[in-house]
Design a protein around this ligand. Structure first.
Ligand code: DGY
Length: 380
């Protein structure tokens, strides 16, 4: 149910009606939209928008929408959006699995996202989950708060080391590559990765790291690509999931693949929840107390499958991969530029880094237009 009192209007005289279903971080995004003649209708409350709320908010006339990753921009909603004159869904996220891209393209609606500016933040969170899980940080924190710490003990909260072990990486896009560089460079981990395409730049980087590490007598990392995801499960001491989501990846991590994993491995998911069969994971965490997991995303987000919170060997975080001030404010600027830019028919960016577009002087380029080809959009 939409709360009428939650609406805030920015730049009321703007001639283009832009809907923002949540308040974004910082102020620059509002300034950008106002500078390009947008009247921003901002829903300034925390309740989530489902189909009914989106349709109500779109109303009879709406030029653009700044949407969130947990909103169902499906065929039904997009049809209503198009009928209201909607030309662009500018998503405040990199993952757009909540938007029916094919349908948007058929309706001539541009779909934009915010890649690049959240790479470091999301990689850092994935790394935080690796360490929090394997070194039992959340468990230790609860132990301390409960007043159970009576003094140093040889066997208290034993975890595992990752130095010199194997990282299994599912998805070697920007974020995955950042995680791989950190773990290979910082801890001499061998990287075994699965990605639709080889990543020669990452392979060259790890080869250089290996050469430096060898010269300095440090653990020497290696890298290899596999085309068989099972290999990651068999060999990974640390398995990090960082792919974008598609229905083919539903339950990639199921009971069979979990059974391939080493008993004391750590599994981290910072991609999308349905990649893991959460019930199978709970069963595995129960029967393998040395196995640990770190989850930032959930199969039925925001609901957790029953039993998950009873497991001490899993660390949970509320989908905060990109939640740094730097990343979220740059995402906001990109989302505004994507929206203002498509409404103004700026050419789609193909060469400039999104970081530069978010932080540098204003360039009249749509930072990231996903269906530029389908819409026959001019490219820059
Ligand atoms: C995204 O942008 O897709 C991330 O999940 C946000 O944290």
């Amino acid at each position: 149910m939409i709360k009428p009192e939650a609406w805030k209007i920015h730049n009321p005289s703007g001639s283009r009606r832009v809907l923002a279903t949540k308040r974004l971080v910082g102020e620059r995004w509002l300034e950008v939209l106002a500078a390009f003649d947008c009247r921003v209708e901002l829903y300034d409350a925390e309740d989530m928008f489902g189909e009914a709320e989106l349709i109500e908010a779109i109303g009879d006339q709406c030029d653009g929408a700044l949407g969130q990753l947990n909103e169902p921009w499906n065929e039904h909603v997009l049809t209503r959006f198009s009928a209201a004159g909607g030309k662009v869904i500018s998503s405040y996220a990199v993952g757009v699995n909540n938007i029916d891209l094919g349908c948007a393209s058929r309706l001539g609606i541009a779909v934009c996202n915010t890649p690049g500016v959240l790479t470091e933040a999301t990689a850092e969170l994935a790394l935080a989950l690796v360490f929090a899980a394997i070194r039992r940080i959340a468990e230790g924190d609860r132990y301390m708060r409960e007043g159970r710490f009576l003094g140093w003990l040889p066997q208290l909260m034993l975890g595992r080391q990752i130095t010199g072990r194997t990282l299994g990486l599912f998805g070697a896009g920007r974020i995955g590559q950042t995680v791989a560089r950190a773990l290979a460079g910082g801890f001499g981990m061998d990287v075994l990765y699965f990605n639709p395409h080889p990543r020669p730049e990452l392979e060259a980087y790890v080869a250089d790291l290996a050469e430096v590490a060898g010269r300095h007598g440090q653990p020497v990392p290696s890298i290899r690509r596999t085309t068989d995801p099972d290999e990651l499960f068999v060999h990974g001491d640390v398995l990090v999931l960082l792919s974008s989501y598609s229905p083919q990846l539903h339950h990639l991590v199921d009971a069979r693949r979990l059974s391939l994993m080493k008993p004391a491995a750590v599994l981290v998911n910072a991609s999308r929840g349905p990649v893991i069969d959460e019930a199978a994971l709970i069963a595995h965490l129960t029967t393998h107390p040395e196995f640990t997991a770190g989850l930032d995303v959930f199969e039925f987000e925001p609901r957790l499958v029953e039993g998950l919170t009873d497991r001490p060997n899993v660390v949970l975080s509320p989908h905060t991969g990109s939640a740094t001030l730097e990343s979220r404010s740059n995402m906001a600027t990109l989302a505004a530029l994507n929206c203002a830019g498509t409404l103004s028919r700026w050419p789609a960016n193909t060469a400039v880094s999104t970081n530069e577009l978010a932080t540098g002087p204003l360039r009249q380029l749509v930072p990231s237009l996903l269906n530029a080809k389908e819409l026959d959009w001019p490219l820059a």
